[in-house]
Write a new protein. Structure first.
Length: 438
C-alpha cells in the first residue's frame, strides 16, 4: 500500500504522463533533422553496456545514417559512495555533447545493494533513493533534445540476482515512463519457453547458440548481438517516424519550392492533370485511352519496348534520391499473343495457370504465371504449385486423407465395402419329359 501511494504522489508531482512523454518537435521521438543526416549515438553504463556497444557497432556498420561511438561513457552503478561525483561528471560531459541518441544499460553492480536494505524492511526507502538517481541520469541525458533509450536488466541464473534485477527493472520502467524515455525490456527477450533462465537460445538468425556467459549475468558476443537487435528495432521504428516528419510544407510560391526540392516539383508536374488551356489559347483535349488493337493485329509479333519508372532509394549519408529504373519488355511472338488474347470457349474454361509472387531489392514485386504443360494424350498435368510435393513440403498444407487409410481418423469408421448379401438358393434344374410322365 505504501508503494502504491508513493507512485501516485510521484505522478502528481511530476505531472501527467502525457506531458512527461512529450516527444517535442513534430511528435517524433528522435530529432528529424540531424546534422549531416547522421545520428550520433552514445552508450552509457557498466560492463553490460560495453558489450551492448560492440553489438550496436556491428549492427549499424553496414547501413548509413547512424554512427555508434567507439568509446563507452563509464557509469558503473548508482548506489555507490562516489555516485554524486559520477553524476556531476556525467552532466558536464553531456552538456556540450553533439550526440542525438543516448543508450543506457546499468544495474549489474547495484544488485549487491538491494539485498541488505530489502531484508531490513527498508525497501521503500531504497526504491525512492534509487528512483531519484535514475531520474537524475535521465534528465541529464535528455537535455538538448537528446533521445534516450534505457535497456533493462536481463534475467539471471541465481534466483537472488534474478529477483533484484526485477526490482530494478520496475524502477527503470516507471521512471522511463515519467521522463519520456524509451524502455527496452531485455528480461522478457531472453527467457526460455518456461519463463526461466537458460544459457542457450536462438540467435538473430534463429539458430540455437550460447547467449549467456558462465557467470549467469553477462552475455556472449552472440548474446550481445541479439540484445543489440532489440535496441536496433526500436531505433529503426523511431527513425522511420522522424523521417516522415521531414515532409514539412514549405513556405513561398511554387517557384521557390521548386528551387528547394526540384525532384519533387518534377514529379508533381508529371502527375498533375493537363492545364485547361495551352499558351496558344487552344484548349487541350483530354487524353483518351488508347484504342484496342484491330482483330487483324492481334496475332502479330510485339516488338521489344522499354519503359521507365522513378524509384526512391537511400543515398550516401542517409539522404534520398530518385533513380529512374528501366522496365524492359522483351519481344513477344505472335503465337504467345494469340494464346493470351484468345476468347474463352463457352463449353471449356481457359486455365491461365498459377501466379507466383516474389520480392526483389529496391521494393519491386515480380509476378509470374505458370501454365502446366500438356501430358500424353493431350491431358493437362498439374502445375508445380499444385503437386503434392509442393503443397506438403513447401506450403505446409495437409492433404485430405483417403477413407480407410492409416491417417484417416474419422469416427465412426466408414464402411470400406458394401455389406455382403447372402447368396440366393440354387435354382433346381428343369425336369425332363420322362420325369413328368411318372
Amino acid at each position: 500500500m505504501r508503494a502504491v501511494l508513493t507512485a501516485l504522489l510521484s505522478v502528481l508531482l511530476l505531472g501527467s504522463p502525457a506531458f512527461a512523454q512529450d516527444t517535442g518537435l513534430g511528435g517524433s521521438f528522435i530529432n528529424p533533422f540531424p546534422e549531416n543526416d547522421t545520428y550520433q549515438v552514445e552508450v552509457v553504463g557498466d560492463w553490460l553496456a560495453d558489450g551492448l556497444m560492440g553489438g550496436l557497432a556491428e549492427t549499424f556498420a553496414t547501413g548509413p545514417g547512424v554512427v555508434v561511438s567507439k568509446k563507452r561513457y563509464d557509469l558503473p552503478a548508482l548506489m555507490l559512495n562516489r555516485t554524486d561525483g559520477d553524476l556531476n561528471a556525467l552532466e558536464q560531459a553531456f552538456a556540450n555533447d553533439p550526440s542525438h541518441i543516448a543508450i543506457v544499460m546499468l544495474g549489474a553492480q547495484d544488485r549487491y545493494n538491494v539485498g541488505p536494505r530489502q531484508a531490513s524492511g527498508q525497501q521503500g526507502d531504497w526504491r525512492n533513493e534509487y528512483g531519484a538517481r535514475v531520474d537524475r541520469v535521465m534528465k541529464i541525458l535528455r537535455k538538448g533534445g537528446r533521445a534516450v533509450y534505457w535497456v533493462g536488466l536481463p534475467n539471471m541464473r541465481r534466483w537472488q540476482d534474478n529477483e533484484r534485477a526485477q526490482l530494478m527493472n520496475d524502477v527503470f520502467r516507471e521512471r522511463a515512463y515519467l521522463n519520456g524515455v524509451r524502455y527496452i525490456d531485455a528480461y522478457a527477450s531472453f527467457v526460455d519457453e518456461g519463463g526461466g533462465y537458460s544459457d542457450y537460445g536462438p540467435d538473430v538468425t534463429g539458430k540455437v547458440a550460447r547467449l549467456r556467459d558462465t557467470d549467469g549475468v553477462h552475455f556472449t558476443d552472440i548474446g550481445y548481438r541479439k540484445l543489440a537487435h532489440f535496441v536496433e528495432r526500436e531505433l529503426r521504428r523511431d527513425m522511420a517516424q522522424a523521417k516522415e516528419e521531414r515532409s514539412v510544407p514549405l513556405a513561398g510560391d511554387d517557384s521557390e519550392q521548386a528551387r528547394v526540392n526540384p525532384d519533387r516539383a518534377r514529379l508533381k508536374a508529371e502527375a498533375a492533370p493537363a492545364a485547361p488551356g495551352t499558351p496558344g489559347g487552344q484548349k487541350q483535349k483530354p487524353k483518351e485511352a488508347s484504342p484496342a488493337p484491330p482483330p487483324d493485329e492481334a496475332g502479330r509479333d510485339q516488338k521489344a519496348e522499354t519503359g521507365k519508372v522513378d524509384v526512391k532509394v537511400a543515398a550516401a549519408g542517409g539522404t534520398e534520391q530518385i533513380v529512374s529504373v528501366d522496365i524492359v519488355r522483351p519481344a513477344i511472338p505472335a503465337s504467345v499473343v494469340a494464346l493470351v488474347t484468345r476468347k474463352q470457349s463457352p463449353d471449356k474454361a481457359a486455365q491461365m495457370g498459377d501466379i507466383l509472387v516474389d520480392q526483389i531489392p529496391g521494393g519491386l514485386t515480380v509476378m509470374s504465371s505458370i501454365v502446366p504443360p500438356r501430358g500424353a494424350g493431350g491431358r493437362r498435368g498439374l502445375s508445380p504449385t499444385q503437386t503434392p510435393y509442393f503443397r506438403v513440403f513447401e506450403r505446409g498444407d495437409r492433404l485430405p486423407p483417403k477413407p480407410g487409410r492409416a491417417d484417416d481418423f474419422t469416427w465412426p469408421r466408414p464402411q470400406a465395402t458394401a455389406e455382403v448379401q447372402p447368396e440366393p438358393p440354387p435354382v433346381p434344374a428343369p425336369a425332363s419329359q420322362k420325369d413328368k410322365r411318372r
